[in-house]
Design a protein around this ligand. Structure first.
Ligand SMILES: NC(=O)c1ccc[n+]([C@@H]2O[C@H](COP(=O)([O-])OP(=O)(O)OC[C@H]3O[C@@H](n4cnc5c(N)ncnc54)[C@H](O)[C@@H]3O)[C@@H](O)[C@H]2O)c1
Length: 443
């Protein structure tokens, strides 16, 4: 099938590469000329395991190409995917201006019947708006087109794997013919497909992401109870997770959720609910717990160290989660900003995200590895659970440090092993008799 994917970011580039790998002819479009020029040179704009090899192979086979010319790409395609960003506006609503811009180009290039597939995460009801935008900008005698919703569930860090092995493929279409095009496209993956109306498909995406965010905030709230009562949240989560109705995923207490999706999708769901006349109090609490989590972590560090001013802190991990260099809404940003504001000195290490972090925090020291980061430090704070931090030589870490404090923001260590190495251990929800954390209005 001849396809184009408009927006060559995490979703667009991975989607384009995978569809090309399945034998389709795919044109990936982006308005960012530098990005397209780099891709034509084989340089990836993002780090994603397996992506570079897949792109190179399919470009070589002549099935994948890159352009900034949206209209030419649309003219050559029977199916057009929209995969541009939908960032949050200040009121929490998603900004649909990139989607509208793409609709304007699609409308001008409608030379034959086409299926327009929205892969960007958009609020329920956007399918109708997309249809109206295209009709508004297209010439009066334009050929037919269908608008389909096909929300994306890939996770950064395992995006290629997720796109090849999705738990389910959601197709929201107003009629059978439009749905059939997508069914045909996804058939080689042999994964479950659910066919719905457009509104339901759009809502499935938000309902799923908000549920996962809720699960994480829930276990983080339980972690606070654990710290206050002397229970261990990792054991509590294990005991819960064996219950098939609950499941063990997304029950790791830590610094909370970040990244490009959960924060904006939770805000968008709250705002959409409000505009429809429903006060989504549950999600507001989910959001508040998440915002408090890094502050709670810092408060424990402040208490243990007797203040943060003048302290030297090693921050291990900067990306919002392992296996990506994405810093959007990463907990490291909040934690480093607070540490600097309180007069601490920060030494950071991340296997991949340091070049991006340098642009945000040029004033901190970027290190060679975890031991280098810990050198002369009063505390080490694990912020992202990269695998390489799990098996650190803790004695070597302690020897490099000025004071032996380890703050494990992702609960990746066995507290006993840390103590045996001569370090004071502070996890999330893993210590008895913690000092209650009170959120002050200035935080
Ligand atoms: N990143 C994820 O893990 C993920 C997962 C599921 C869903 N989503 C959703 O998918 C959508 C895309 O997310 P992303 O992370 O890939 O975004 P991104 O910011 O990485 O990429 C978006 C790309 O679109 C390009 N673009 C913007 N306007 C354009 C236009 N008019 N014409 C051509 N290109 C244009 C940008 O230059 C950018 O390269 C969002 O709605 C997001 O919520 C993202």
């Amino acid at each position: 099938m001849q396809l184009s994917v408009i927006g060559t970011g995490y979703v667009g580039l991975v989607t384009g590469a995978v569809f090309a790998d399945l034998g389709n002819e795919v044109i990936c479009v982006d308005k960012d000329e530098a990005k397209i020029a780099a891709l034509r040179e084989g340089i990836m704009p993002i780090y994603e395991p397996g992506l570079e090899e897949m792109v190179r192979h399919n470009v070589g086979e002549g099935r994948l190409s890159f352009t900034t010319d949206t209209e030419e790409a649309v003219r050559q395609s029977e199916v057009v995917f929209i995969a541009v960003g939908t960032p949050s506006l200040p009121d929490g609503q998603p900004d649909l201006s990139q989607v509208e811009d793409v609709c304007r180009h699609i409308a001008r290039a409608l030379n034959a019947p086409k299926v327009i597939v929205n892969k960007s995460t958009v609020p329920v009801g956007t399918g109708d708006i997309v249809r109206r935008w295209i009709e508004q900008y297209a010439p009066p005698d334009h050929p037919d087109f269908e608008v389909v919703s096909n929300p994306e569930f890939l996770r950064e860090g395992s995006a290629i794997y997720d796109t090849l092995h999705p738990d389910r493929i959601v197709i929201g279409a107003a009629n059978h013919n439009a749905a059939m095009k997508l069914i045909e496209l996804y058939a080689p993956l042999e994964r479950p497909m659910i066919i719905t109306d457009v509104n339901s498909a759009e809502l499935i995406k938000y309902a799923s992401n908000c549920f996962l965010a809720m699960k994480i905030s829930y276990i983080n709230a339980i972690a606070r109870i654990c710290d206050l009562s002397g229970a261990d949240v990792t054991l509590v989560a294990k005991g819960m997770g064996y219950d098939k109705r609950i499941g063990d995923q997304f029950l790791q207490a830590g610094l909370g959720w970040g990244g490009s999706c959960f924060p904006k999708d939770v805000s968008a769901m709250i705002a959409t609910a409000e505009s429809l006349g429903y006060d989504f109090e549950l999600l507001k609490a989910v959001q508040r717990i998440n915002e408090e989590q890094p502050l709670y972590f810092l408060s424990r560090m402040r208490d243990a160290l007797g203040g943060l001013s003048g302290k030297r802190i090693a921050v291990l991990g900067l990306s919002f989660k392992p296996n990506t260099d994405d810093l959007r809404e990463a907990k490291s940003l909040r934690i480093i900003a607070e540490l600097l504001a309180e007069g601490a000195e920060v030494r950071a290490y991340d296997p991949i995200a340091m070049p991006k972090a340098r642009a945000i925090f040029p004033q901190i020291t970027y290190c060679e590895n975890a031991y280098d980061a810990a050198t002369g430090c009063d505390a080490v704070a694990v912020v992202t659970e990269w695998n390489e931090f799990r098996q650190l030589n803790l004695e070597r870490l302690r020897q490099a440090m000025r004071q032996p404090f380890l703050f494990d923001g992702r609960n990746i260590y066995d507290p006993n092993k840390v103590k045996q190495a001569g370090l004071h251990y502070f996890g999330i929800g893993r210590s008895a008799n913690a000092v209650p954390f009170v959120r002050s209005s200035s935080q």
